[in-house]
Ligand binder design. Structure first.
Ligand code: ATP
Length: 873
């Protein structure tokens, strides 16, 4: 049997039981039963049980199990039982956290999954690519990812990058021709392959294979599911955690030796050393970061920012420059035509008369040289072009009628480098090419001009007049397109070489008002020490007018054109970028240079993009931001974040979220490390003073389980505050564990350690070691629970509403204090938890010591704040 690429279009359509107008809904259902969903089978996923057992792989947990076995064999069955219970609960908690974090990442992936344009029941619709079936007819244009394997059935200069599949980096020019001989993948030029993307042109294809049957599906086994890389923060914390663990293990080893030397049983000294190590080593550090980041991304998705790479959340917090497109991001992308300019006269849209031959000609050409559609109110295509169609409808001219009358016979699609597009039609017996695009570009290629007295040579004075009009439109913030045409010989295949010797017809100016929220978002950026920069393909004066309205630019000297930076060296550009807020007439290569220049100045750059050519700049930027609505699939694929509303304000909001998440992670770390430090300090003090050890191993394990993870996670989801936007962006290479931060941890840990020791001494001198360790245990456990509230902010919060605004933290506190109170007071439990049952007075005393750490630490925060303020003054 012939391969698909060896068959004609008709044979292929027959083969897959489809037609050029696509499948009906019923056919889709039937086809799906045969071919399934269009998705690649995921690499093997871990089962929940596997994740659960993985929690036991930890070195410390293994030591704990060993010590449980040893103590069981030595007859201390209670301790063994408690250890087993503790590590089981720990493993369950770890499993729940891992599964939840994974689920939230998974649902994000679904949100940012690729889409495809497809003909269903004869109508073009946009669907998740997963829903494609064999026989579907898909529509493709520059920037689209090819969603399944297919045979080309319509081709307008289609070029496809197949490097992901064939390794060939040059884009392949596609053709409709049937290939007779056997051909390797890279030479099947009439086929399109899933996973590659369209770099240029337009086309239609019928799907021949989906999912695992596609060429990329066949090698999917080799690709393996990519595992999420650690974020820089996770790597930083892991490294810190490892070093700290070694220190703690050395300390515990020394402690073990001292206790044995002092005559304690080797087994119990060992148990204690192990328990202390488990309690003191902050094994949860890096997993807390994952949990906080993945929950944070859920919140951001609800606020229209989909994070595609977890690293981006951290990066967002330190963004110092946002380079944004104008059209659609800062403006509404709701274009409406405001004015015509034809034969030397300006005509407002409301006054356009379709009966006037010249105006009718401009109307028709604007519909012909146009890829957008508006069927029953459903607009598909570029808003610039939709505006032109909508104007036609308002004047009583339907796009479909004009297009049927003068069918398209050739085309050169729009690209943002050329800033123009051309189409070829048979009009009044002539082969006419219509070219529309940026005024300045087209005027350079224009030789003649249309007037009501006929076509004549264009003079410098004509050009000047047109430029003046263009300038006037631009100063009003209008976007201007020029329309030109020329005759083309019969049977000529269009190339870009044909875009010259043009006849000027007229201008169309349209309004794209700034988004209402842009001005406030720009002001917020500036307040937060972030530099907003507009980068646009539009005219300089139009861009400057809009930029001025929203506060990005104050003086025209802050605007320049792409051409101005063309001849600059990288060094010159680096010195130039701080002075410029608006770049106009920019092509995608300029974007990369601008990003690099800012980065070389030490800035962290977020850059928006939508076109296929924007992908390199999006990858170069620290945070590549793609437009979810108007962006191409290629841009989305290259970006770290996708905006589902294409809105500049959403980027600023995402930065705020990024800063808040970073801060919350910091709070959680502060909480974990200072509490652990407090425990170690108490043990160290007792050893140095020759007193008995203040805790039984089971105490430390209890604290590790209860007062470690839950409040730390609760701090990770601390409600966000807009205060973070009052500060300058943090430096990107600043380690989270600065001296200042470690100093704070040390000081707060010291307070907790001292209160614990006071508790210990009170109990010890009342009734010996057992009561002492009961006091110490209760005080440390409760002090850490109270300490959760200290870690909510760098400032004192005790008398503010903020103190009570985290219900998760309150829940963790309530649960912890109920459990510890039960352990300390319920008589049956004393044996299991190695405590003396406390009476009400004693319990009150423990609570008092623990609580005292709260106002003391709040006071220290207050003093710190005052000292800092004084330093600033
Ligand atoms: P931004 O980069 O902010 O999104 P933009 O949409 O104006 O701005 P491009 O899409 O690169 O940037 O357009 C650059 C110029 O090309 C426009 O100013 C306009 O003159 C011209 N242009 C835009 N769209 C079309 C089109 N569909 N057909 C012909 N010319 C166009």
């Amino acid at each position: 049997m012939k391969e698909i690429y060896q068959q004609t279009v008709e044979e292929v359509l027959d083969h897959v039981e489809s037609r050029e107008s696509g499948l009906t809904s019923e056919q889709v259902e039937r086809s799906r039963e045969n071919c399934g969903w269009n998705e690649l089978a995921e690499g093997k996923k871990k089962s929940i049980l596997q994740i659960f057992f993985e929690q036991y792989k930890d070195f410390l947990v293994l030591i704990l199990i060993a010590s449980a076995v040893i103590s069981g064999m030595l007859g201390d069955v209670e301790s063994a039982a408690v250890i087993v219970i503790v590590i089981t609960i720990n493993a369950i908690l770890g499993t729940v956290q891992t599964v939840k974090a994974e689920q939230s990442l998974q649902s994000l992936k679904k949100l940012s999954g690729p889409e495809a344009k497809v003909l269903r029941d004869g109508v073009a619709v946009q669907l998740p690519a997963r829903e494609l079936v064999v026989g579907d007819v898909i529509l493709l244009e520059a920037g689209d990812m090819i969603p399944a394997d297919g045979r080309l059935i319509e081709n307008a200069s289609l070029k496809v990058d197949e490097s992901a599949l064939t390794g060939e980096s040059l884009a392949v020019e596609k053709s409709m021709d049937t290939i007779l001989a056997e051909a390797p993948l890279g030479d099947r030029t009439n086929m399109l392959f899933s996973g590659s993307f369209v770099t240029y042109g337009r086309g239609k294809a019928v799907v021949t294979d989906v999912g695992m049957q596609t060429e990329v599906g066949k090698i999917a086994g080799l690709l393996k599911s990519t595992s999420e890389k650690q974020t820089p923060l996770q790597a930083n914390l892991d490294d810190f955690g490892k070093k700290l663990s070694i220190l703690i293990l050395i300390f515990c080893g020394i402690l073990f030796a001292i206790n044995v030397f002092r005559g304690e049983k080797i087994s119990s000294a060992f148990m204690f050393a192990v328990a202390l190590a488990v309690a003191a080593i902050p094994e949860a550090l890096s997993s807390i970061v994952t949990i906080v980041l993945s929950f944070g991304t859920q919140k951001m998705a609800k606020e229209h920012a989909i994070i595609r790479k977890l690293q981006a959340v951290e990066g967002l917090g330190s963004v110092s420059v946002i380079c944004s497109d104008k059209t659609g991001t800062l403006t509404q992308n709701k274009m409406t035509v405001e004015d015509y300019y034809i034969d030397g006269k300006r005509i407002s849209a409301a006054a356009i008369d379709a009966a006037d031959p010249a105006q009718r000609c401009l109307l028709d050409y604007s519909i012909l040289c146009n890829d957008s559609t508006n069927e029953n109110g459903v607009e598909i295509g570029d808003p610039t072009e939709t505006a032109l169609i909508n104007l036609g409808s308002r004047c009583g001219i339907e796009a479909a009628d004009v297009r049927n009358l003068y069918p398209r016979e050739g085309e050169l699609p729009f690209d943002s480098d050329r800033k123009m597009m051309s189409t070829l039609h048979r009009i009044d017996g002539e082969n006419r090419m219509i070219v529309k695009g940026a005024v300045d570009r087209l005027l350079e290629l224009t030789e003649r001009i249309w007037t009501k007295d006929g076509v004549r040579e264009i003079t410098e004075a004509d050009k000047e007049k047109i430029q003046m009009q263009n300038q006037d439109f631009s100063m009003e913030g209008l976007r201007v397109l020029a329309f030109t045409y020329r005759e083309i010989p019969e049977n000529h295949i269009l190339t870009m070489e044909d875009e010259k010797h043009l006849v000027f017809l007229g201008l169309i100016a349209m309004m794209d008002p700034p988004r209402e929220e842009s001005k406030a978002a720009v002001a917020e950026c500036i307040k937060a020490g972030i530099r907003p920069v507009m980068i646009t393909g539009d005219h300089k004066i139009t861009a400057a007018a809009i930029a001025k309205r929203i506060g990005i630019l104050h003086d025209l000297s802050e605007a320049c054109e792409g051409a101005d930076i063309e001849n600059m060296s990288d060094e010159q550009l680096r010195e130039f970028v701080p002075n410029i807020s608006v770049y106009a007439r920019v092509s995608p290569e300029h974007k990369i240079r601008i990003v690099r220049a800012w980065q070389e100045k030490g800035m962290i750059v977020a850059m928006t993009g939508d076109g296929v050519n924007d992908a390199p700049a999006l990858k170069q930027a620290d945070i590549g931001v793609a437009m979810g609505v108007t962006g191409t699939e290629v841009a989305k694929d290259a970006a770290a974040m996708v905006l589902t509303d294409d809105n500049f304000a959403t980027i600023v909001k995402a930065v705020e979220n990024g800063r808040n998440l970073y801060q919350n992670i910091k709070y959680a770390i502060q909480f974990l490390l200072s509490g652990n430090f407090g425990a170690i300090l108490a043990v160290l003090c007792a050893s140095l003073a020759g007193l008995p050890v203040p805790f039984a191993p089971v105490h430390l394990l209890f604290i590790n389980l209860l007062t470690d993870s839950l409040p730390a996670i609760a701090l990770g989801v601390e409600p966000h505050s807009s205060e973070v936007m009052n500060e300058k962006p943090r430096s990107a290479d600043e380690s989270i564990l600065t001296k200042d931060f470690l100093g704070k941890i040390g000081l707060e840990g010291f307070v907790i350690g001292v209160m614990t020791m006071i508790g210990f001494l009170t109990g010890y001198y009342q009734n010996g070691a057992l009561l002492g360790s009961t006091y110490a245990f209760g005080t440390l456990c409760l002090a850490r629970l109270f300490h959760g509230f200290n870690c909510k902010s760098d400032h004192p919060v005790i008398f503010t509403k903020r103190f009570f605004n985290n219900k998760w933290l309150q829940g963790a506190f309530a649960l912890g204090s109920v459990l510890i109170t039960a352990v300390l007071t319920v008589p049956g439990l004393h044996f299991l938890f190695k405590v003396e049952t406390l009476n009400l007075m004693q319990l009150g005393c423990v609570y008092l010591y623990a609580f005292a750490s709260l106002p003391i630490i709040q006071m220290l925060k207050w003093i710190r704040m005052k000292l800092r303020k004084r330093g600033e003054r």
